[in-house]
Design a protein around this ligand. Structure first.
Ligand code: ADP
Ligand code: MG
Length: 625
C-alpha cells in the first residue's frame, strides 16, 4: 500500500506537533472529543430533516477506552463519520489557511493555545501518539475506511470493516521518557480528570470503562471489575445559577467551548423572562481572532433550545457592531427544527437580539467607566468594528455606539472619549476638531494642527480608513459638529487676522483667479489662509468628499474614481505668496503660472496625493536654481 504524502504545509505543522515541547499536551483529548461531538452534532442536525437517520438525541455518545497492554487510547463516536475522500481531505490537509504559517513562526508556548486557536486540532494527537489509526464509516455509506499514519512521512487509506456509522480514533501512545509521562494517558482516572477539566460541558455523554474494585461476596478478598461511567456532568453551565459558578469555570467554559485562548474581558450571564424567555451567556474577548477582520469570519452565537444545540452560529442574534461577542443563547421560545430562513424572520429572535444589544452596550459602558485599562484593551481589539458598525448602519446606531468610541488626540498620548473631549472644551469653541491621516506623528506635525492648538483647542486624531466616513455620517456629538482642521472654515470668525486675510483676498482676486485658470481648473477655488503657520500651501476640499476619502475610495479595486472638490489655500504671510505677487505685479504671467504649478504640486505632496507628472515637477523646481 503506497503511502500518500501530507500536503506540504500540513507536514510542517505535523513536524512541529511531533517534536513539540508544548507543556499542555493533554489538550489533544479535548480536541478529539470536540471533533467527536461536532460529528454527532452534524448527524443530529441531519436527523431533524432527514427521516433516514434513525437516531434519537439520547442515542449519541462518545466512548473512551484505555488499554495499557496495547498502549492504545481509543475515542469512538457515533457521529456522521468520514468516507474515503473525507479522510484524505480532512486529515491530510489543514483547513484553516494561515495556521501553518503561524505555527512555524511562533514557538509553541504555554500562554498561546495555538492548538485551539488555529484548528490544528486533530494533529495535536501526534504530541502523544506515534501512530494514529482512524476507522470510520460515513452516514449513508456501506463502506468503511481506515486511515493510518505514523507521522510526517505520510498516511495510508485502505478499506476495512466497521459495523456502525461513526468514527474510532485509535492512538498508539508514546513510551514515557525521562521528561514526559505519557503513561498518564492510559490511566482511566487521569483521563477522567482531563475530561472533567476540559470537556465537562460537552452535551453528549462521554463514557469510559473504569477500573474498579469491590469486595467479593462472603469473603474478605477484593476483585477488580470494570464499570461504564459517564464522565461529564451534562448540566450546561449556563443553566446553573450565577452564584454557583466561579470565574474560573466561566473562563474554562469560554476557552474550551469557543476554542478561544485569551482571558475574556467580561462575562454576561443573563436570564430573561417576559417578552422573551431566554438565558444568555456571552463573553467579551480580549483579543480578536486571527481571522476576525477578514472575509472568512462568520459572526454568530450558538443557539440552543431547551439545552439542545440547534445552530452553531446564529448570525441573527447579534448585530454587526458587536460581532466580536462569543457566546450562546438558550431559549424555550423556538422549536427544534427551525431553519436559517425562518429564524431570520422570527420575531422572538429579533426581540432577543435587541435585548442582548442593550445588555452588551451596558456592559461595555460599565467597563469604560470602571475598568478603563480593560476597556482600552477592548477598544484596541474591537474599536474598528464599532466604527464600521456606525458607518454601515448609516448612523442608525449613533446613540448606541458613539459613547463607546475612543480617540487619540493632540493634547496627550492617552485616548479619550467624545464626552471627555466635550468636557474639556473652552466655551468659545464651536466645533469638535479632527485631523485625519496615515499616522499620529504626521497628524501632530500638520500646519493646521499648530493653528488650532494655539487657540487652546484639542484635536481628535484619526488614522483608520473608515474614520472620516464615520465622522461624516455621525455629523455631530451632542450638537457639536465635527470639523476637519484642513477645512477652510475653522470657525474662528471673530479673529482680526481673518479680516486681514479676507481683505487681502479681495485685493488679490484677479491674481487668485489667474492661478486657478493656470491650473486648468484642477481646483475649484484658490484662496488665502491665515491658518498655515510656516507652510506655503495646503489643499482642502469643499463638498461631501474630503481628500482623505478620495484617497480611500480610489484605492479600492472596484468602483468609479472619485475626485474631491479641491481648494488650494495659500499662506498670505509666506514669502512664496509674496513671490507670486511680485511676478504678478511685474506682469510676468509665465512665472506666475510656473509658481502656481509648483505650489499646487507641493500641496498635493503634503496631502500624500500622487502627482500627475513627477518628472515635470522636479524639472520645474530644479530650473529655479
Ligand atoms: P477542526 O475541528 O477545527 O475542523 P480538526 O483538525 O480538529 O479541525 O479536524 C479536521 C476535520 O476532520 C474536521 O473538520 C472534521 O471534518 C474531520 N473530523 C475530525 N474528527 C472527526 C470525527 N470524529 N468524525 C468526523 N469527522 C471528523
Ligand atoms: Mg477540531
Amino acid at each position: 500500500m503506497a503511502k500518500k504524502a501530507f500536503k506540504s504545509e500540513s507536514k510542517r505543522v505535523l513536524d512541529m506537533m511531533i517534536n513539540s515541547i508544548y507543556t499542555h499536551k493533554e489538550v489533544f483529548l479535548r480536541e478529539l472529543i470536540s471533533n467527536a461531538s461536532d460529528a454527532e452534532d452534524k448527524l443530529y442536525f441531519r436527523s431533524l430533516t432527514d427521516d433516514s437517520v434513525k437516531m434519537n438525541r439520547e442515542d449519541f455518545k462518545i466512548e473512551i477506552k484505555a488499554d495499557k497492554e496495547s498502549r492504545t487510547l481509543t475515542i469512538s463516536d457515533n457521529g456522521i463519520g468520514m468516507g474515503q475522500k473525507e479522510l484524505e481531505q480532512n486529515l491530510g490537509t489543514i483547513a484553516k489557511s494561515g495556521s501553518a504559517d503561524f505555527v512555524m513562526n511562533n514557538e509553541l508556548s504555554d500562554d498561546v493555545d495555538i492548538i485551539g486557536k488555529f484548528g490544528v486540532g486533530f494533529y495535536s494527537a501526534f504530541m502523544v501518539a506515534d501512530r494514529i489509526t482512524v476507522i470510520s464509516k460515513a452516514f449513508g455509506s456501506d463502506e468503511a475506511w481506515k486511515w493510518m499514519s505514523e507521522g510526517a512521512d505520510g498516511y495510508t487509506v485502505t478499506e476495512c470493516e466497521k459495523d456502525s456509522v461513526g468514527t474510532d480514533i485509535i492512538l498508539k501512545i508514546k513510551e514515557s521518557t525521562e521528561n514526559e509521562d505519557y503513561d498518564r494517558f492510559l490511566d482511566c482516572y487521569r483521563i477522567k480528570e482531563l475530561v472533567k477539566q476540559y470537556s465537562d460541558y460537552v452535551h453528549y455523554p462521554i463514557v469510559m470503562e473504569m477500573d474498579k474494585a469491590r469486595k467479593k461476596e462472603d469473603s474478605d478478598e477484593y476483585e477488580s471489575y470494570k464499570e461504564l461511567e459517564t464522565l461529564n456532568s451534562l448540566t450546561p453551565l449556563w443553566r446553573k445559577n450565577k452564584k454557583d459558578v466561579t470565574d474560573e469555570e466561566y473562563k474554562n467554559f469560554y476557552q474550551s467551548k469557543f476554542r478561544s485562548y485569551d482571558d475574556p474581558l467580561a462575562v454576561i450571564h443573563q436570564k430573561a423572562e417576559g417578552t422573551a424567555n431566554y438565558t444568555a451567556l456571552l463573553y467579551v474577548p480580549s483579543q480578536a481572532d486571527y481571522n476576525y477582520y477578514s472575509k472568512d469570519f462568520e459572526k454568530g452565537l450558538q443557539l440552543y433550545s431547551r439545552g439542545v444545540l440547534i445552530m452553531d452560529k446564529c448570525p441573527d442574534l447579534i448585530p454587526d457592531c458587536f460581532s466580536f461577542m462569543k457566546g450562546l443563547v438558550d431559549t424555550e421560545d423556538l422549536t427544534l427544527n427551525v431553519s436559517r430562513e425562518t429564524l431570520q424572520h422570527d420575531r422572538q429572535v429579533s426581540v432577543i437580539r435587541n435585548a442582548l444589544q442593550s445588555r452588551i452596550k451596558r456592559e461595555l459602558a460599565d467597563m469604560l467607566k470602571n475598568r478603563r485599562e480593560d476597556y482600552v484593551k477592548f477598544f484596541n481589539a474591537f474599536g474598528l468594528q464599532l466604527k464600521y458598525g456606525l458607518y454601515q448602519s448609516f448612523g442608525q446606531d449613533k446613540e448606541l455606539l458613539e459613547d463607546l468610541l475612543m480617540f487619540h488626540h493632540a493634547a496627550d498620548d492617552d485616548m479619550i472619549t467624545l464626552q471627555e473631549y466635550l468636557d474639556k472644551m473652552p466655551e468659545d469653541q464651536k466645533y469638535i476638531y479632527y485631523a485625519s491621516g496615515d499616522d499620529l506623528p504626521k497628524l501632530a506635525s500638520l500646519p493646521q494642527t499648530d493653528t488650532v492648538r494655539k487657540k487652546g483647542y484639542d484635536i481628535i486624531f484619526v488614522t483608520e480608513q473608515v474614520d472620516e466616513f464615520m465622522l461624516s455620517i455621525l455629523h455631530d456629538y451632542k450638537e457639536k459638529e465635527y470639523r476637519s482642521i484642513t477645512s477652510g472654515d475653522l470657525g474662528f470668525e471673530n479673529d482680526e487676522e481673518l479680516e486681514t486675510v479676507k481683505n487681502e483676498q479681495n485685493e488679490r482676486k484677479e491674481l487668485l483667479d489667474f492661478v486657478k485658470e493656470a491650473l486648468n481648473n484642477e481646483v475649484s477655488e484658490v484662496r488665502l489662509s491665515g491658518n498655515l503657520s510656516d507652510h506655503p500651501v495646503s489643499l482642502t476640499s469643499s463638498g461631501p468628499i474630503s481628500i482623505g476619502m478620495e484617497k480611500v475610495l480610489n484605492s479600492m479595486p472596484t468602483g468609479e474614481k472619485v475626485k474631491a472638490d479641491r481648494i488650494l489655500q495659500l499662506n498670505n504671510t509666506h514669502h512664496a505668496f509674496k513671490a507670486l505677487c511680485e511676478a504678478w505685479d511685474a506682469d510676468d504671467k509665465d512665472r506666475v503660472k510656473l509658481l502656481s504649478e509648483i505650489l499646487y504640486d507641493e500641496a498635493q505632496l503634503i496631502e500624500g496625493l500622487p502627482l500627475a507628472n513627477p518628472t515635470a515637477f522636479v524639472d520645474k523646481i530644479s530650473n529655479l536654481f
